[in-house]
Design a protein around this ligand. Structure first.
Ligand code: HEM
Length: 405
């Protein structure tokens, strides 16, 4: 007889907090058997130390099924395809292959490169968008005005993708990341993105003056001396395009909502430029937008948090729970900009730790203080409980954020 496993908690009862069940799991069963939304049984990890250990362990493979999407009525699931038919490229590879691809890109993502190449662009577009917000009607939607366009413009600038195509790639990304859509709908989103980047690669080949990371990758592939194939270039382009804008959009929207509802932290951010860096890091920890966590598959039998994990088992680190672990963070359920924190798991950890983290930080550090300095009277135009949240997105976020001043 099989015993029914508890489902992985996915439902939030509070605007800025992960599911309440995580409190008890973290204290009593930090590594525990659950059934994931995709129907598969596996291990859920809710503490910081054990979660970090999973990401740092070379015996854990990044080649995993998508655990956060339910199989639809047709019985079809995304389980064997990372993202509904999308070639998952290096984010789902293990060493040494993962490193070979990642190293082709890292130069563009270092703090120095972001500071020298993207920061002046970010400064300019943030000012332009704040000017437009000030000149426009009230109330305004901060997602339409800032949280969506800024990350889209930045990723377009980095990759060399036309910003005019933003509606298409944003819509396809949203569908692909939405766990309430059917497998067929998500697959259609992924197919659209792959077709879009394939066409762009062809256009780059016709234009010797094309600039941006995608053009660099095409030229590298064309030398014939690199591991990069055309299909690698497309997969990497798709990964960067969707990972690079949807995440940062969610984080900007949620951070703005947090600051609008936490006047003390908002005042600290506005008054003290030295607080901006720590504030952004704390918001990343507190909000941990990758709301259903990240999976790995054990390559061999191993022990984790006193449990025996068998080869082939799916292990999911619930980063929103791990980043609220009181063993790692004092009073973890409040945003504290004075916190002394060495690291968190919002960008993952280990070899796959987010490649774009310095870009996301640059956007957040520019937008948040300027928004609240420029609009000292900024306030929500609806009660906080009525702000429409994106509860089905792989990245938790705000659908629209009505504000006035
Ligand atoms: C606040 C914004 C962001 C968050 C919270 C975030 C979160 C993450 C997380 C948790 C991972 C680890 C995945 C894993 O271990 O399987 C990751 C990987 C990745 N992220 Fe981000 N991300 C953000 C912004 C960005 C941006 C702006 C870009 C690109 C411009 C980007 C590109 C990537 C890529 C390419 C990977 C795969 C890295 C690898 O496997 O080596 N991300 N991100």
């Amino acid at each position: 007889m099989t015993t029914e496993l508890p489902a992985m908690p996915t439902t939030r009862t509070s605007l800025l907090d992960p599911p309440a069940e995580y409190h008890q799991l973290r204290e009593e069963q930090p590594v525990t058997r659950v059934r994931f939304p995709n129907g598969q049984a596996g291990w859920l990890v809710t503490r910081f130390e054990e979660g970090s250990a999973v990401f740092a362990d070379p015996r854990m493979s990044a080649r995993r099924p998508r655990h956060d999407v339910p199989p639809d009525d047709s019985g079809t699931s995304d389980a064997d395809h990372g993202d509904a038919g999308l070639d998952p490229t290096f984010v789902m590879m293990d060493e040494p292959d993962h490193g070979k691809y990642r190293r082709l890109l890292t130069g563009r993502f270092t703090p120095k490169s972001v500071q020298n190449t993207l920061q002046p662009y970010i400064d300019r577009i943030v000012t332009e968008h704040l000017d437009a917000l000030a000149a426009g009607p009230k109330p305004a939607d901060l997602i339409e005005a800032l949280a969506l366009p800024i990350p889209c413009l930045v990723i377009c600038e980095l990759l060399g993708v036309p910003y005019g195509d933003r509606d298409g790639f944003h819509h396809a990304t949203e569908v692909m990341m939405d766990v309430s859509k059917t497998h067929a709908e998500r697959a259609a989103g992924a197919k659209w993105l792959m077709g879009y980047i394939t066409d762009l690669v062809a256009a780059i080949r016709r234009d010797p003056a094309a600039t941006g990371l995608l053009a660099d990758l095409v030229r590298t592939a064309d030398t014939g001396e690199s591991i990069l194939t055309d299909s690698d270039v497309v997969s990497i382009g798709v990964l960067l395009l969707f990972a690079g804008h949807d995440t940062t959009m969610a984080m900007i929207g949620l951070s703005a909502l947090t600051l609008l509802t936490h006047p003390e932290q908002r005042a600290q951010l506005v008054d003290d430029p030295a607080k901006v860096g720590p504030a952004v890091e704390e918001l990343l920890r507190y909000l941990t937008i990758v709301q259903f966590g990240l999976g790995r598959v054990a390559k061999e039998d191993l022990e984790l948090g006193g449990q025996r994990i068998a080869a082939g088992d799916l292990v999911v680190v619930a980063m929103p729970a791990a980043n609220r672990d009181p063993r790692a963070f004092d009073a973890p359920d409040s945003p504290d900009f004075d916190r002394r924190m060495t690291r968190h798991l919002a960008f993952g950890y280990g070899v796959h730790q987010c490649l774009g983290q310095n870009i996301a930080r640059a956007e957040l550090k520019t937008i948040l203080p300027q928004l609240f300095r420029r609009f000292p009277d900024l306030k929500l135009a609806v009660p906080a409980a009525e702000v429409p949240m994106d509860v089905f997105g792989t990245n938790y976020g705000v659908r629209s954020l009505p504000v006035t001043w």
